[in-house]
Design a protein around this ligand. Structure first.
Ligand code: DX5
Ligand code: ZN
Length: 218
């Protein structure tokens, strides 16, 4: 399964609704929502009211990437606001397993996020319970950063762990510095969900989505 998930962090917020419709019409598969609290990461973005107001605009699934401390406090509110997938950073919460349980029992898909310096073996236990893994290919906090090449090795290690644990059904999402140039390579490595902010919203949105989707198919 290959899915393109534009991150609205790079959208023009003065015409957010319009740009979401534009990516949907162009063939995007998921809307990626970067939620930052200024504590877990050195940046603040948007929260539940914004998610609620854009929910009626599109039929695409919403994927909330929570870059917030104590994500367990807000996960349910995001689900109620219409989010279909929630990922959180394991070091932002004390009880990852409980949070995965909360997300799944409320009908959303649960994912965990690995920062560039977080080893894949952190997932050894939680892998049995999650639906997807989000591998950060930049340090979380900002759009428009450069892809960290070592990430490719992490994808390979994750696939190995998935095979060892019999969880080859887990989806692999990659986030940060995804471009028209590297998306095909990432797809060949086995990535399923491609988050792209600047590669979608800088320039001609429709054309960007078209090329990214073409290049991600193998
Ligand atoms: C970074 C965010 C990313 C970011 C991606 O913290 O999680 O989703 O918006 O932006 P680009 O694709 O521009 O690297
Ligand atoms: Zn993200």
């Amino acid at each position: 399964m290959k899915l393109l998930a534009p991150s609205i962090l790079s959208a023009d917020f003065s015409k957010l609704g319009q740009q979401i419709k534009e990516v949907e019409e162009a063939g995007a598969d998921i809307i990626h929502l970067d939620i930052m609290d200024g504590r877990y990461v050195p940046n603040i973005t948007f929260g539940i009211p914004v998610v609620e107001s854009i929910r009626p605009i599109t039929n695409l699934p919403f994927d909330a990437h929570l870059m917030i401390v104590e994500p367990e406090k807000y996960a349910l509110d995001f689900i109620k606001a219409g989010v279909d997938m929630i990922s959180f950073h394991m070091d932002a919460t004390i009880h990852s397993h409980r949070l995965v349980d909360l997300i799944k029992s409320n009908g959303a898909k649960a994912g965990v996020v690995l920062n560039p310096a977080t080893p894949v073996n952190t997932l050894e236990e939680i892998i049995h319970y999650i639906d997807y893994v989000l591998i950060m290919s930049v340090n979380p906090g900002f759009g428009g950063q450069k892809f960290i090449p070592q990430t490719a090795e992490k994808v390979k290690k994750l696939i190995l762990l998935m095979e060892q644990t019999g969880r080859t059904d887990i989806l692999i999402e990659i986030d940060g510095g995804v471009s028209k140039e590297n998306i095909n390579y990432l797809s060949m490595l086995g990535v399923n969900i491609f988050v792209a902010g600047s590669a979608v919203f800088k320039g001609d949105i429709k054309e960007n989505v078209k090329i990214l989707k073409q290049n991600m198919s193998i």
